[in-house]
Design a protein around this ligand. Structure first.
Ligand SMILES: [Zn+2]
Length: 215
């Protein structure tokens, strides 16, 4: 079992806002590997498999990793709603691996709680370069200011997009129009709608998630 560092709950076992505002499995592995694992069919280790997190009201609010989910269950913060057939063995006993967990206490999720971060922008753009529309591992993507900073472009959800290094070099200090590039889609803030879409994308391999995500 992981140490406290890997849990979504604080020392008193509460579910923290930071954890609730993130969609990502696990916290281990080389930097930048998480989003890639998450969006590609390649299987990571069992403890890194994604687990859907429901609020006490059964509303889907997050995706976490098996490891974190099991810590939340052991702390009595959450309970399993759906289980995999797989088991993990601790010293004393075997535990079925959760696929969906539900928080036992209701947590208020603010509408616009998602932090503007590299990780969240790559998630929003699904690791797809917004100019050449190819999918890359996180380590091969950078953030591009659509309107360059040198031209007054700001660091906002609407002005930052995932971009491969090649397109980024090609674009340089120009606007997309000047560089003859076209954005795959207009960048928008990360909304609840985006979160749901991502949850469906992450959960498409696990039909146990379906009834909670309505697809
Ligand atoms: Zn590109």
């Amino acid at each position: 079992m992981g140490t406290n560092r890997h849990t979504s709950a604080d020392s008193r076992g509460r579910y923290t806002p930071e954890a609730a505002g993130e969609i990502m499995p696990g916290s281990e592995g080389p930097p930048g590997s998480r989003t890639h694992n998450l969006l590609s069919p390649r299987r990571g280790s069992l403890m890194q498999e994604p687990v859907l997190v429901l609020n006490a009201t059964y509303e889907p609010i997050n995706v976490t990793a098996v490891r974190r989910a099991m810590v939340l269950m052991l702390k009595g913060v959450a309970q399993a709603e759906e289980l995999h057939h797989t088991e993990v063995h601790s010293a004393a006993q075997a535990h079925r691996v959760p696929s969906v967990i539900r928080l036992l206490a209701y947590r208020h999720i603010p509408q616009q709680s998602r932090a503007l971060s590299r990780k969240n922008i790559l998630l929003r753009d699904r690791n797809t370069c917004q100019f050449c529309v190819r999918v890359f591992p996180s380590s091969e993507l950078t953030l591009d200011h659509v309107v360059p900073r040198s031209r007054g472009g700001r660091s906002t959800w609407e002005n930052l997009v995932a971009c491969c290094y090649r397109c980024n070099n090609n674009k340089g200090d120009r606007t997309p129009e000047e560089a003859g590039l076209k954005l795959a889609r207009r960048p928008r803030p990360f909304t609840l709608h985006t979160s749901r879409q991502l949850m469906r994308l992450i959960g498409h391999r696990d039909e146990r998630w379906r009834k909670y995500l309505f697809y």
